[in-house]
Design a protein around this ligand. Structure first.
Ligand code: SF4
Ligand code: SF4
Length: 415
């Protein structure tokens, strides 16, 4: 799974370059341009809110198949969907992205390397000027794959883990999964791949390990990427047990402020209400600068809102992805100025923007209400009240065996 993050590219001009950097988009070599819509609003954030001709950050989940069954999987992956895009259809999407000058894509899943045409599609994308960052659990990154990846300027890799030790990680991702991920990191490191990403969703149990995670990234010449736990997919249930406490969020905020080099995909902007804004654009990019293509070609406003209400169309529809991105009613609506609703009187609204739409939606809070993790505590009572009214999961590719949070046998979280 994935959200806004990095891959190798050069943002073409100051404005889009800043946008790209703020969103964690690439900073090295790849000459493609972003085309800003002719909007009249002032300020980059306002421009981005009104949408771009092409997404800055496009996540493409290639398959719902996965060899793990993480407790918080945002796409509830496990089983392959028989309607998955064919190789020819996937190539046609890449052709379209090239025409739209989408300069890089985040590929995820499920475990994308499970697709038999995965490497072909990676090569096809880079041969057509579309850089790739793909997220993986590491299980298929052996020494030879690592050498191949290290040799490419246009492919970046993100290894997902959920803790600095096996007890913490494996409780969420399954037994042995940290060892497998670290083996992949070793292969990448030994192959000379500098700057691959180690990506961690922040939970109640691993937030105390941020220093250790930072050290792990340094050990492998990797970059650390921390993202917010949203209650999407299987995370819709596990969020209640795993999402960070208010005190932990404050600690994380201060830790991140001191470390602007840690990537976050702008995902903690709700914490900017605590004071100095965190680096980033501090806006919800859904349908404005980000979106998701799922394995069957459906297009959603962001990777964390896999639900009919946020489905804008399909790449299989007439006009393909470009038509969905540029003309769907849903995206047009999301690009309109949004009501501050219940947050209108909050002095922190400019920084926090009322938080994350996905987090509100899947906890049953109205979209113009406060974020469930509102740092002023306005979300919590609503979460409790709305729990029984949460939307049901529209998409679930989990394998039949129930996913349970494994017992953790490690030190307690710091707060
Ligand atoms: S809905 Fe949440 S995760 Fe999606 S783009 Fe908006 S803020 Fe980010
Ligand atoms: S009340 Fe709304 S705008 Fe203010 S901090 Fe909470 S979520 Fe953010």
């Amino acid at each position: 799974m994935t959200d806004t993050a990095v891959a190798p590219t050069t943002p073409p001009d100051t404005a889009t370059g800043s946008a790209a950097t703020a969103l964690g988009v690439p900073t090295t070599a790849k000459p493609h341009s972003l085309v800003l819509s002719p909007v009249k609003r002032s300020g980059l954030a306002e421009q981005l809110k009104a949408g771009l001709d092409a997404p800055i950050c496009l996540t493409w989940e290639l398959t719902y198949a996965c060899n793990l069954q993480c407790i918080h999987c945002l796409s509830s992956s496990g089983r392959r969907d028989p309607r998955e895009l064919t190789t020819t259809e996937a190539e046609a999407v890449i052709d379209e992205l090239q025409r739209m000058q989408v300069f890089y894509i985040n590929i995820g899943g499920g475990e994308p390397t499970i697709r038999s045409d995965f490497w072909h599609l990676i090569d096809y994308a880079t041969d057509h000027g579309v850089g790739v960052k793909f997220s993986t659990n590491g299980s298929r990154i052996d020494a030879s794959v690592a050498r191949r990846l290290a040799a490419s300027d246009y492919v970046d890799v993100q290894i997902s883990i959920d803790g600095a030790d096996a007890a913490t990680n494996d409780a969420v991702r399954g037994e042995g999964s940290l060892e497998v991920a670290q083996q992949a990191m070793k292969h990448l490191h030994n192959a000379g791949f500098k700057g691959f990403k180690i990506s961690v969703v922040m939970t109640r149990h691993n937030i105390a390990q941020v220093d250790e995670l930072e050290a792990m990234a340094a050990r492998f010449d990797a970059e650390l990427r921390l993202t917010r736990f949203r209650p999407s997919g299987r995370g819709a249930d596990s969020w209640y047990q795993l999402h960070p406490t208010e005190a932990q969020q404050r600690l994380l905020y201060r830790w991140l402020l001191d470390r602007p080099e840690v990537l976050t995909g702008d995902s903690f902007f709700h914490l900017s209400a605590l004071g100095e804004p965190l680096p980033g654009l501090n806006l919800c990019g859904a349908g404005r600068v980000v979106c998701l293509i799922d394995p069957i070609g459906d297009v959603y406003a962001c990777p964390f809102v896999l639900h009919d209400e946020f489905r804008a169309g399909s790449v299989r529809d007439h006009g393909g992805f470009q038509r969905v991105w540029q003309h769907s009613e849903l995206f047009a609506e999301l690009r309109e100025p949004q009501s501050a609703g219940a947050c209108a009187s909050c002095g922190h609204f400019d920084a926090c923007q009322g938080g994350c739409m996905a987090a509100k939606f899947f906890t049953g809070i109205p979209l113009d209400g406060p974020d469930p993790e509102c740092v002023l505590g306005h979300g919590e009572p609503l979460v409790d009240a709305a729990r029984s009214a949460r939307p049901s999961l529209a998409l679930d590719h989990s394998r039949p065996s129930p996913v349970k949070l494994l017992a953790r046998n490690h030190r307690a979280a710091r707060t």
